[in-house]
Ligand binder design. Structure first.
Ligand code: C5P
Length: 232
């Protein structure tokens, strides 16, 4: 198991709030995640501010475009110090290869890797059918895992329910798992599990946002999740 597998999703409105939250929970988490709200609002300077706190920064840019554009974006994010950058596997193998090449160049020798985004944890099977995909999330994630591995990705973002499929299809990939919930939360996540259950299923990293950032005490919430997975 990596030292501390918790990646806290800092989905807050401003860079200042994200940095303040990062400082509060830093003793209990392994890495910080910057998502679309921060990247498109305060901007990529948020990455630099978080890198200065001395933890790996996961840039959840969810890149999906023609390969040359994705390569350029991954290169830029690498220059800001991103340890991981996400790219949608549905963009295809050539796009993922371009993302890997761009990040490699931009990070200038620092450790960095692309994580493929498989099927969003907010989507259920019925949502896939509505957009014309007549497969279960598990079937689709299995196919995507193979493509991501061959293209040179470091890992795959998948729901807790598909970790095993990824292990079987592409054993070299790190399994990065959002959708962590300790009770029915009534929010927009559909395919969820508890932190210990996700670790038992073989997650390498857990991405946890609102259960920490919206808790009355984010420090205590992060500490509890870490204690829960450490005592397994
Ligand atoms: O607040 P919550 O714990 O639901 O946050 C989960 C985080 O993981 C969000 O930042 C979301 O963008 C991200 N994520 C996800 N499903 C994916 C990929 C990323 O929920 N497949």
């Amino acid at each position: 198991m990596v030292d501390n597998p918790i990646i806290v999703a800092l989905d807050l409105p401003t860079a200042e709030e994200a940095v303040r939250m990062a400082q509060r929970v830093a003793p209990h988490v392994g890495a910080f995640k910057v998502g679309l709200g921060l990247l498109h609002g305060p901007g990529p300077g948020t990455i630099d501010a978080l890198v200065r706190l001395g933890r790996p920064v996961f840039v959840d840019a969810k890149l999906h475009d023609i390969p040359s554009q994705v390569e350029a974006a991954a290169d830029k994010l690498g220059r800001h110090g991103a340890r991981w950058v996400t790219a949608h596997v549905s963009g295809g193998a050539a796009m993922l290869e371009a993302a890997c090449a761009g990040l490699d160049r931009g990070s200038g020798g620092a450790q960095a890797g692309i994580l493929g985004v498989s099927v969003l944890t907010s989507l259920a099977e019925a949502d896939l059918h509505r957009i014309g995909i007549q497969r279960t999330p598990g079937q689709l994630v299995g196919k995507m895992a193979k493509v991501a591995e061959t293209a040179g990705c470091e890992g795959l973002v998948c729901s807790p329910l598909e970790i095993n499929v990824v292990r079987q299809a592409a054993p070299s990939l790190a399994r990065v798992t959002p959708g962590i919930r300790n009770e029915a939360s009534g929010d927009d996540q559909a395919r969820v599990a508890t932190a210990s259950d996700a670790m038992d299923r073989g997650a390498t990293y857990l991405v946890v946002g609102r259960p920490i950032t919206r808790a009355p005490s984010p420090e205590t919430a992060a500490e509890k999740i870490l204690a829960e997975i450490s005592s397994r």
